[in-house]
Design a protein around this ligand. Structure first.
Ligand code: SF4
Length: 328
């Protein structure tokens, strides 16, 4: 069987503007995979709602923007099926059916559940929806008979849960669901402009669709070596966020590191070079985004066509599922 015959399923959770961390960690990988596998990719808007259910208006805007951003990153709707999760209501039905057979204990022991409960203070997320979102993730994959799921190491427990749910279903009824395997993806350790993990909730991200001016402004705010007070002080690039970014974008990391240690380059110049390298990297995405934005009808067609293709496969799977359960 060729790689192309294997089915890959993956979703991007909507939570604010897509940033360069999301791009390097997931979307760039999608763009590569679309040529090698049969791919189903989607904007996971219902997942975003599990924590963002209060401000739904802002959320709807983010959804449109994320769909646009992902296309601008180079995803080609001719070479993969790309859609919005909530446009295919079959996800909700399979989620419900799988939730019937998923023991609560399996969900409570998912490591990220407890972690996020501790981290997301100030938000009421002790809800059924938040506890159950790994079941929704499982439904997302199994609905398309997903065989491979691109995941980082931290997502492996979720995939294992999906496999357990699949096994339980196959044991209780009939063996029709796959046990998806991990397509392990290296997640680059890219931090935000303040040196913490890049995240919309920290406000430290660089959006993937940023303009040249926005990039300059975000880079100018990056934290540097706090011990380097004067231009003439030698610095330590190993503790500097700007230096880390140079390692991901452009080819000047070694040059600026030496210049920093010898105090032959100042932080202003170092940031200027980074902003230029970042813009060179992101400009094609920004340009594609402008083109797509100018053609809203085309964007709407892409979204509808993606949903139609996804729904056909999803409906066939649900016929099988209902039949196996003897409920339809
Ligand atoms: S010169 Fe560059 S690497 Fe050194 S502290 Fe300044 S911004 Fe960081």
């Amino acid at each position: 069987m060729s790689q192309r015959q294997h089915r890959v399923v993956s979703g991007a959770r909507i939570s604010g503007r897509l940033h360069v961390g999301n791009f390097l960690g997931a979307i760039a990988n999608w763009v590569r995979l679309q040529d090698s596998y049969e791919c189903f990719f989607f904007c996971a808007d219902w997942h975003g709602l599990t924590t963002g259910y209060e401000d739904t208006e802002a959320f709807m805007q983010q959804k449109e923007e994320t769909f646009l951003d992902i296309l601008a990153c180079g995803l080609d709707p001719e070479r993969c099926v790309f859609f919005v999760q909530s446009d295919v209501k079959e996800h909700a039905e399979l989620y419900l059916l799988l939730s019937l057979i998923t023991p609560l204990g399996w969900l409570e022991r998912v490591p990220t559940y407890k972690e996020q409960l501790q981290q997301m203070t100030g938000r009421e997320i002790t809800t059924h929806g938040f506890l159950g979102y790994p079941v929704l993730q499982s439904a997302d994959v199994l609905l398309y008979g997903g065989e491979l799921v691109p995941v980082g190491e931290d997502q492996l427990p979720h995939l294992e849960l999906c496999r357990e749910i699949s096994r339980r279903f196959n044991h209780l009824y009939r063996p029709i669901l796959p046990e998806p395997q991990a397509l392990l993806t290296k997640t680059p350790n890219l931090v935000g402009i303040d040196g913490r993990k890049m995240s919309k909730s920290y406000g430290n991200e660089i959006p993937v669709g940023a303009s040249a001016d926005e990039i300059k402004q975000r880079v100018s705010m990056m934290v540097t070596d706090p011990q380097r007070v004067r231009r003439t002080d030698p610095g330590d690039p190993d503790v500097c966020t700007v230096h880390r970014f140079h390692g991901f974008f452009g080819s000047e990391q070694a040059t600026v590191a030496q210049g920093c240690r010898e105090a032959s380059i100042g932080c202003v110049e170092c940031k200027k070079r980074l902003a230029a390298a970042l813009w060179e990297y992101l400009a094609p995405i920004w340009e594609r985004k402008q083109d797509l934005r100018e053609n809203p009808q085309r964007l709407q067609d892409i979204r509808q066509e993606g949903a139609t293709k996804a729904r056909q496969v999803a409906q066939d799977m649900l016929v099988e599922v209902r039949s196996a359960m003897r409920i339809g």
